[in-house]
Design a protein around this ligand. Structure first.
Ligand SMILES: Cc1cc2nc3c(=O)[nH]c(=O)nc-3n(C[C@H](O)[C@H](O)[C@H](O)COP(=O)(O)O)c2cc1C
Length: 375
């Protein structure tokens, strides 16, 4: 039997310090997860939007494809939004729905099958369980650790990092504002919007200065040079999302792949899901971002038929085209090949940096001497 849970941090055992981000909503597949872990990186399976039974099937399938450790990512549930805010937004979307020939979805609140997925992960432990949109209670973290998993918590600011350390996390996923998809913040607070969020390099330094835990850097990393940069800034690994969306193993929709091959700018929006996320600008995002309420997952359910229609009819203007700020640098390679190419580039980038920095002071003095002799 394959032993998926081992002792010591998963990060310390990686042949390549590259993590496949959980990519909920279609792109995450067992094939993608296994390909990254088989290449010596660390693959996550996204559990967001999946019922516990669907997650169990995906985990079983992943186990047939790799013996290497993998992780599962869960969304921490929030609280229901005031119904009036969602009703007003639904009225606004009626015209889009009529044009697309669909009915809007029911704007219901749910907890994403939280308790059942936790029980599944206690019964079928994986090497790492990571959390997004909040920090679980210390008892939940204890239970998962007791089952043999380590717990990573995604943070977007120093205050969230402190809370995750206090709750007993084993590592922090540090998400910069460049990141594609949802901002992982514990609370989605529009009052914070004008700050634009904290960029990855700043956040790594701020969190690193106060949290004595391994850090996994994520947001806008598309090249080996950027992998090297975050390692040099103290991260134990780099977690990439958008960079893997073009891989053949990913379940990324065709309209999304086409948009990733273009060059339109990205923007932050609540228009598709009711929670702040970064995607490539399109018709729906531009039309509705300013009016979209904080109401997740209600708005996600409301817009689901529109997004589905966009995917099947090939209309990118209706689809949430999640992408990080450096998406234009994506390479549609098989995932294992991409992991190896990124690692090779990172080694070269670090060597170049080393050469740039590595001359000892006295060698510099000798150079100065010889420079003085130059005409
Ligand atoms: C399509 C897509 C889906 C995502 N789904 C999740 C998810 O399920 N859980 C999560 O923690 N982060 C999710 N993210 C965010 C990633 O974990 C990560 O923070 C982000 O991809 C990093 O920025 P990058 O896309 O520029 O690499 C998603 C990102 C994208 C692009």
């Amino acid at each position: 039997m394959v032993v998926w849970v081992r002792h010591g941090l998963a990060l310390d055992r990686l042949a390549v310090p590259i993590v496949l981000a959980p990519l909920a909503g279609g792109p995450s597949t067992p094939e993608l997860t296994a390909a990254v872990s088989n290449a010596g990186g660390f693959g996550f399976l996204a559990a967001g939007y999946l019922a516990a039974s669907a997650l169990a099937e995906r985990l079983e399938r992943t186990r047939t494809l790799t013996e290497a450790p993998v992780g599962v990512n869960l969304f921490v549930p929030g609280t229901p939004a005031p119904p009036q805010a969602v009703d007003a937004y639904a009225a606004r979307l009626a015209e889009d729905a009529a044009q697309a020939g669909v009915e809007l979805g029911g704007a219901r609140f749910d907890d994403d099958d939280w308790a059942a997925k936790l029980e599944l992960l206690i019964a079928m432990p994986v090497a790492v369980v990571s959390f997004t949109f909040g920090c679980p209670e210390p008892e939940v973290i204890d239970r998962l650790q007791g089952a043999g998993s380590e717990v990573w918590v995604t943070v977007t600011g120093p205050d969230e990092a402190r809370a995750a350390v206090d709750a007993g996390a084993d590592a922090l996923v540090v998400q910069g504002a460049e990141a594609g998809g949802h901002r992982a913040s514990f609370r989605d607070d529009p009052a914070e919007d004008p700050t634009g969020g904290i960029g990855l390099l700043s956040l790594l330094q701020l969190v690193g200065a106060q949290a004595d835990l391994p850090l996994v850097a994520t947001g806008g990393i598309a090249t080996g040079g950027a992998v090297a940069a975050v390692l040099a800034a103290g991260a134990a690994a780099a977690q990439l999302g958008t960079a893997f969306l073009g891989c053949p193993e990913a379940g990324t929709a065709a309209v999304h792949r086409q948009a990733l091959a273009g060059s339109a700018p990205t923007a932050m929006t609540r228009a598709f899901t009711g929670r702040l996320a970064r995607g490539i600008r399109n018709r729906f995002l531009d039309r509705h971002s300013a009016a979209a309420p904080v109401a997740y997952p209600e708005v996600n359910h409301l817009t689901a038929p529109l997004r589905h229609a966009g995917r099947i009819t090939g209309d990118p203007g209706l689809v949430n085209l999640w992408a990080g700020q450096s998406y234009e640098l994506g390479r549609p390679l098989p995932a294992g090949q991409l992991v190896r190419a990124l690692a090779e580039e990172a080694r070269a980038a670090l060597q170049q940096a080393q050469e740039r920095l590595g001359r000892p002071a006295d060698a510099g003095a000798e150079d100065e001497g010889s420079a003085a002799e130059r005409p």
